[in-house]
Write a protein of this length. Structure first.
Length: 67
């Protein structure tokens, strides 16, 4: 498995766990707001941070897209 794919899965699973979501609900959010694209664009920065920072960053990204 390539590093980016593994990281996308890690981000999804982390987001799902922190927000107590089902896998389906988390995937729907990630697809609706194009979070996977964001993760790919910011991989170099995000992969060097911690799980809670990543989830917070994704929350901020989604909040900006819904504002």
């Amino acid at each position: 498995m390539d590093k980016l794919l593994a990281f996308k899965i890690f981000c999804l699973e982390s987001y799902k766990a922190v927000h107590n979501l089902s896998g389906k609900a988390a995937i729907e959010i990630f697809c609706k707001y194009k979070v996977f694209d964001y993760i790919a664009l910011c991989y170099d920065v995000l992969h060097s941070t911690g799980r809670l920072f990543i989830v917070g960053d994704i929350d901020g990204f989604i909040a900006n897209r819904t504002a």
